[in-house]
Design a binder for this molecule. Structure first.
Ligand SMILES: Nc1ncnc2c1ncn2[C@@H]1O[C@H](COP(=O)(O)OP(=O)(O)OP(=O)(O)O)[C@@H](O)[C@H]1O
Length: 679
């Protein structure tokens, strides 16, 4: 045990020696390590010391700099403080100034606001007045524009018309129109050899040899068979338009039966607008122009349509028994179409061998235009007669007898009378034989005076109608040589119109007084009728105002002294009627002419009780009406020596009448009526 203890002790000693070695070794290593650490520490301390010294030096430099900067900054701060102080003072001053200025500005602004409000008010008021003024100006400007538009249109039209008037001055215009061959007549030989540019017309009769077969005529214009209705109308349009300026115009269609008179004046049956004749186109045109002038003129247009058949005037627009030629106001073309169609239906037709719907009457469409210039109150009256004459064919060729012969004789008589009137006008004869036929009576105003007259000469190109054609052309050629003088417009201004009305009423008063004196004289001297007649003649002398009635006829003398008062138809047809138009009354308007027809009835009823003495009445009336012998002789010579008959056939017809009855000077019949001994 001991041993073992010893052994353990030995082992412990060995272990302890070993451990001591180990600790010594470790102690040495640690000593070395410590030495190294101490050396590293000393190095580090030296380094740090050096570094600290460097840093200290650097910091000192920097401190110096900072101190310097600080001093500088303090200096600047002081400076800035001083500056700011001065600025502050300055701003305070400025603020004070601004404050005062703002206060002042606010005051001024307030004032300005007030001023602006009042100015605004003023502006609104001015604007309103400007607007009013502007509207007024706009209105007047519009009126001026309209007026100027119309003015220029009117001026242009007037200029055109002026030229036409110049052109028309003088001769009756004659336009010749050749109708085409009708279906079924194709292959027929034509008499028309050549139509010249300037109104020349060569007709040819192939059955005659050499020179005799050719004849040359010259008119204002010749229309070939292909001419359209519109082309024809465009040539006469200015004449028709002049009616709106107060002119009277008359357009005839003359020619043998079936030569196209109705076609030219009205158009074919059931005509389309393109085929419309002069009648429709004229009215259409008049409406159109009256519309364009509506700002300047107020127009009224009225229409009448009569036919003259066997020397009787018949109203075509009235189916009533009323005999007066009715006047129909028209406002549109359709009114016109309806009226003319009614008239055409009423027109007397009768068949002849030449034309199955041959019109054996003259048809007269009359357009009355009354215009008032709205500015000057000048009134104007124009009228247009559109006459479709009855056929001028030869009686023998018409193969007519009995009633048809009578019709033909009447037609030829009235055409001869028309020729006589035209010739008398051309001769500037003091007596124009208007009353030789109803046709010339109705057309009186549009033939003489200051009317414009145009004649369409219608031709049938058929060689078979050669004789008719040449006789028609000869008549037309003579008509074309007739000079009527310059046309004049029927304008009357308000003052003249008022004065005329005053004069008329004064004349009425004087006439009434005259009658009273007459009545009193009759009461005083019931037996001295003869003396009374003489005294009345004196009263009706040139110094008497009665002589000055329009047209030279006192109203009470426009009566049928010997008629039965049955009105227009009978008045027109009855040769015993004393009513006629004085040849001096060519200034009467066509309206007045028709009015005379209207007045025929009433005075007849009055004539007996008013006058009491038929013989005296007759002598007075016949004198007033111009039935004096000398004048009537002139009438007759005018008829027979005119050299302007309605062609050889008409002459022949007249001769045949003369030979049976003999040509005698005009004579007064028992009842005081002038009788034309030729018919
Ligand atoms: N220019 C034309 N173009 C075509 N047809 C025409 C022309 N002129 C006339 N006619 C025709 O010729 C025929 C006879 O014409 P219209 O009846 O006009 O003759 P008119 O001279 O008036 O006869 P009347 O003397 O018997 O009244 C009609 O059928 C018509 O349509």
């Amino acid at each position: 045990m001991e041993e073992e203890k010893k052994k353990h002790e030995e082992q412990d000693v060995i272990r302890l020696v070993k451990e001591n070695d180990q600790i010594n070794r470790e102690k040495l290593a640690l000593k070395q390590e410590l030495e190294l650490a101490r050396k590293a520490y000393e190095d580090c301390c030296v380094k740090m010391e050096t570094k600290a010294k460097g840093a200290e030096q650097e910091l000192e430099v920097r401190l110096k700099d900072v101190m310097h900067l600080l001093t500088e900054s303090r200096k600047r701060v002081n400076e800035l403080e001083a500056y700011s102080e001065s600025k502050n003072l300055h701003w305070n001053k400025k603020e004070h100034i601004y404050q005062r200025f703002t206060e002042f500005q606010l005051g001024a602004l307030q004032e300005l606001r007030l001023a602006s409000q009042s100015i605004k008010q003023d502006i609104l008021e001015t604007q309103k007045s400007y607007l009013d003024e502007f509207h007024r100006l706009e209105k007047s400007y519009k009126t001026l524009v309209d007026a100027s538009e119309n003015y220029y249109a009117v001026v242009a039209e007037n200029r055109k018309l002026h030229n036409e008037v110049q052109e028309l001055k003088g001769n009756i215009r004659v336009y010749c129109r050749i109708r085409p061959f009708l279906p079924g007549q194709m292959g027929k030989e034509s008499t028309i050899e050549h139509i010249g540019e300037n109104g020349e017309l060569n007709v040819l009769n192939s059955s005659k040899q050499g020179k005799d077969g050719h004849q040359l005529f010259k008119f204002n214009k010749v229309y070939g068979p292909d001419t359209t209705q519109a082309e024809v109308y465009s040539d006469i349009q200015p004449l028709i338009r002049s009616v709106l300026d107060g002119y009277n115009a008359c357009i005839f269609a003359y020619g043998q039966t079936g030569s196209g008179k109705t076609y030219t004046m009205t158009g074919p049956d059931g005509a389309s607008e393109e085929e419309w004749g002069v009648n429709y186109r004229a009215l259409n045109d008049l409406f159109h122009i009256s519309q364009t002038r509506r700002k300047i003129f107020a127009y009224e247009i009225e229409l009448q349509m009569v036919e003259i058949y066997n020397e009787q005037v018949r109203d075509l627009l009235s189916s009533d028994a009323v005999p007066d030629a009715s006047l129909h106001p028209v406002k549109s073309t359709s009114d016109v179409v309806d009226l003319i169609e009614l008239g055409l239906r009423n027109r007397a037709m009768a068949a002849t061998a030449l034309n199955e719907r041959s019109s054996r009457s003259h048809s007269v469409v009359t357009i009355h235009v009354h215009g008032i210039d709205m500015k000057t109150s000048t009134s104007l009256r124009g009228s247009l007669h559109l006459v479709d004459l009855a056929g001028s064919e030869r009686v023998d060729r018409s193969e007519v007898t009995g009633d048809r012969l009578k019709e033909a004789q009447h037609i030829n008589k009235s055409l001869a009378a028309l020729g006589d009137v035209i010739f008398a006008l051309s001769q500037k004869s003091p007596h124009i034989p208007y009353r030789n036929s109803k046709l010339t009576q109705v057309l009186q105003n549009s033939l003489g005076g200051h009317a414009k007259t145009l004649m369409f000469v219608q031709l049938n190109p058929d060689l078979h109608s050669y004789a008719e054609t040449t006789s028609t052309l000869k008549f037309a050629e003579r008509v074309s040589g007739v000079e009527l003088g310059a046309a004049q417009s029927n304008k009357q201004n308000r003052e003249i119109k008022d004065l005329m009305e005053q004069v008329a009423s004064l004349k009425d008063i004087i006439a009434k007084k005259d009658e009273e004196i007459e009545r009193l004289q009759l009461l005083k001297e019931p037996k001295s009728v003869h003396q009374h007649v003489n005294s009345e003649k004196h009263v009706y002398g040139s110094s008497s105002p009665r002589k000055n009635f329009i047209g030279g006829i006192p109203p009470q003398t426009l009566k049928l002294s010997g008629g039965n008062g049955s009105g227009l138809t009978e008045a027109a047809s009855d040769h015993h009627n004393c009513l006629d138009y004085s040849d001096k009354d060519s200034e009467l308007s066509p309206r007045q002419s028709f009015d005379m027809f209207k007045h025929q009835k009433e005075p007849v009823r009055q004539s007996k009780p008013a006058r009491g003495n038929r013989g005296r009445n007759i002598s007075v009336d016949s004198e007033i009406l111009g039935f004096g012998d000398t004048e009537n002789k002139d009438t007759l010579s005018g008829i027979s020596c005119s050299g302007l008959s309605a062609g050889p056939d008409i002459d022949r017809l007249a001769e045949s009448n003369h030979s049976s009855k003999g040509v005698k000077p005009l004579e007064n019949t028992d009842n005081g009526c002038a009788k034309f001994s030729r018919f």
